[in-house]
Write a protein that binds this ligand. Structure first.
Ligand SMILES: [Zn+2]
Length: 94
């Protein structure tokens, strides 16, 4: 069995990392503790990405951005009639 390839914080030096002393689980490069830690981080990142995607694609839902964040299209016709006040997604002001 191979040794775990991960590093752990050194308990005696605050800014130093030392190789993990545990054995890698069968078929893996890391020990059970580091496999669980890595899975937890990956799942957490997945949740963050899902939330960011849901937030940016929430048009028409209860979480839609404030209408003031959108600009009028610059290519709107100026024929003297009242402006079309319909907001179109995709013209977000930076
Ligand atoms: Zn380990």
């Amino acid at each position: 069995m191979r040794k775990c390839i991960a590093f752990c914080p050194d308990r005696t030096h605050t800014r130093r990392w030392v190789p993990c002393t545990k054995r890698a689980t069968h078929g893996s490069a890391v020990c059970e503790m580091h496999a669980d830690s890595l899975a937890g981080i990956v799942f957490g990142l997945g949740v963050l990405v899902s939330q960011a995607i849901a937030k940016t694609t929430a048009f028409g839902s209860h979480e839609s951005p404030d209408e003031q964040d959108f600009a009028e299209p610059e290519d709107a016709p100026s024929n003297g009639k009242s402006k079309n006040t319909t907001r179109r997604p995709g013209t977000l002001i930076q």
